[in-house]
Design a protein around this ligand. Structure first.
Ligand code: DP6
Length: 320
């Protein structure tokens, strides 16, 4: 048996809108979440099962299997088929996968699970490939997973995924960010990310979106490099609002900005104005709020949670 694990990641500049093979229409930037992990095991098949690959849940603590739909299983096995072809892996296998975080809880588990599947197949192949090639393989399974095969900060654009060179360099000591996910609604998403990528193309606000994302990436890089946290926070805030505005203006429209989410965002904004400081805030394609804190912001973190004690908070990344 061969296995691999991979972390999830949270995008600060979002991948939203894609072409064939999950090629992104704009660059994205993410930070990995080492506490939210997937594990994939590849088991050789018994003789009686030798004519097809199979997926099975991995239910060995701390791993718990996501409740994959038939379509989800098909997408996972289709990607494994592509990996076998690209990496020259003959035969048929049983794939077992699980996450160490609750399924359908607002963490993009597909990034972690497709990255883990790609890394496991790569390990099985015994090949020695550059990170960019492994990321390219993973991207074809699920776009955002290409940012989960590398180190902490990953940049992904139409030329591929690579380490963001500015991640470790900052003047405000915020390289070691703490990540918290505030779970507001853990229900399964009605619109999958893949469907969201298709639907945003129908929004009247989509033209100009790739350029807006590129400009924000540039603004974030400059602000990060000079230690300008206020601008970093604002750019990340504007970016998630932009993506969610595309959702609510697409055809048919959909939205994750539910009443409790809007109220929580308003609280975060009030706290920010009161203290002149606060976490970076972002939402993925779901009604849950991701917070990123610098090491010196622990008192602000405690204050926010005191005012909002009834949500479950999952820590995706500790500061080291
Ligand atoms: C909102 O990578 O899940 O999380 O390529 O269709 O599998 P597919 O989509 P996926 O999209 C994730 C979109 C996002 C933003 C992001 O992670 O950049």
């Amino acid at each position: 048996m061969i296995f691999a694990e991979a972390p999830s990641n949270i995008a600060l500049i979002k991948y939203m809108g894609k072409g064939a093979g999950n090629q992104p229409l704009n660059p994205s930037l993410s930070l990995t979440l080492p506490n939210f992990r997937s594990r994939v095991e590849i088991h050789p098949q018994g003789a009686e099962d030798q004519y097809q690959d199979q997926w099975r849940p991995l239910e060995v603590p701390p791993w718990k299997s996501p409740s994959l739909s038939d379509k989800g299983v098909e997408k996972f096995l289709r990607h494994f088929g592509l990996l076998k072809k690209e990496l020259g892996l003959p035969g048929h296998f049983q794939i077992r996968s699980g996450n160490n975080f609750p399924g359908d809880c607002g963490v993009a588990s597909s990034a972690a699970s497709f990255a883990a599947l790609t890394l496991a197949a790569y390990r099985l192949s015994g090949k020695d490939l550059p990170l960019a090639r492994v990321a390219e393989l993973s991207r074809q399974g699920s776009g955002s997973s290409c940012r989960s095969v590398g180190p902490d900060w990953m940049l992904w654009d139409d030329t591929g995924a690579r380490e963001w060179p500015h991640g470790a360099k900052t003047q405000h000591g915020s390289t070691n960010l703490r990540h918290e996910l505030v779970l507001i609604d853990a229900q399964k998403k009605e619109v999958t990310s893949s469907e969201a990528h298709r639907r945003v193309l129908t929004s009247a606000q989509f033209p100009g979106r790739p350029e807006r994302a590129r400009n924000r990436l540039r603004a974030f890089e400059v602000a990060w490099g000079t230690g300008d946290w206020t601008t970093c926070r604002q750019v990340v805030w504007d970016e998630f609002q932009d993506m969610h505005a595309l959702f609510s203006t697409s055809n048919p429209p959909f939205s994750y900005l539910t009443k409790p989410v809007i109220e929580f965002l308003a609280l975060l904004q009030r706290e920010y104005e009161t203290h002149g400081d606060g976490p970076m805030v972002t939402l993925d394609a779901g009604p849950n709020v991701h917070l990123l804190y610098r090491a010196d912001q622990s008192s602000i973190k405690d204050l926010i949670l005191e005012r909002w004690p009834h949500w479950t908070v999952l820590v995706g990344r500790e500061k080291t």
